[in-house]
Ligand binder design. Structure first.
Ligand SMILES: C[S@@+](CC[C@H](N)C(=O)[O-])C[C@H]1O[C@@H](n2cnc3c(N)ncnc32)[C@H](O)[C@@H]1O
Length: 213
């Protein structure tokens, strides 16, 4: 199992792939060549739709990687809106910085380098949208901080909740057993968090979408 859709469905959906910004295409290419995990294109499209729907003033992203999703969000933020994004890998942060400069969106993007588990408790102001996309073993604690930092009526968007299909199957390869357990444990918490109206949608690798009551 290598995804949550059948190959025929992936092929069918790919035919609708739109031409895009050259920097977005360059980042997708870079991620593929260097094995950097970034949002599936369908998930990034969906995230953009959410941004356009809720028009967030303040966005927090946990897990920047090369700033692919950061730039896609920043591009469509309205004037005076900002995205704060946290990345702990110095190497990824260096590439992210270059891409942010290339995008010309430096005024909208605040890249914070360090572990989100250390940075999040220091953040004071709340956010309208939080995008959680970091190491799976950190998800539970990062989610707890996210719940504190999310405004009432705010949206939390979490990637990888179907985890390449392994979250919902008995046959999990050895190398995925621990991460799958983390995702399954997280999904229980996410779906039962009383302050959220939450769903897990079969988009990309499985998107958790929650709205804070
Ligand atoms: C899946 S990638 C992010 C992809 C990015 N959101 C995108 O779609 O373009 C996850 C990134 O989170 C970073 N990361 C993982 N755990 C983290 C943590 N606790 N604090 C900060 N960054 C973290 C990793 O170094 C990695 O670059």
């Amino acid at each position: 199992m290598s995804g949550i859709l059948y190959p025929t469905q992936i092929k069918y959906l790919k035919q609708f792939k739109k031409d895009d910004d050259p920097l977005v295409i360059e980042m997708e290419q870079y991620a593929k060549e260097h094995n950097v995990p970034i949002l599936y294109r369908q998930s990034a499209d969906f995230l953009e739709q959410i941004v356009l729907m809720i028009n967030p003033k303040r966005v927090l992203e946990i897990g920047t990687a090369i700033a692919y999703s950061t730039i896609r969000i920043a591009k469509i933020l309205k004037k005076k809106s900002v995205i704060h994004t946290i990345e702990m890998s110095e190497d990824n942060a260096a590439i992210a910085k270059e891409n942010i400069e290339k995008s010309g969106l430096e005024d909208k993007i605040d890249l914070k380098i360090g572990n989100a588990l250390t940075i999040m408790p220091q953040l004071q102001k709340k956010y309208d949208l939080i995008f959680l996309d970091a190491d799976k073993e950190d998800y539970k604690r990062l989610f707890d901080y996210s719940m504190i930092l999310l405004k009432r009526g705010g949206v939390i968007f979490v990637d990888n909740l179907l985890w390449h299909g392994f979250a919902a199957t008995q046959k999990v390869p050895k190398e995925y057993k621990i991460s799958t357990r983390h995702i399954r444990d997280f999904n229980k918490i996410f779906m039962n968090q009383p302050a959220l109206i939450s769903t897990i949608l079969p988009v990309g690798d499985g998107i958790g979408l929650g709205i804070k009551k």
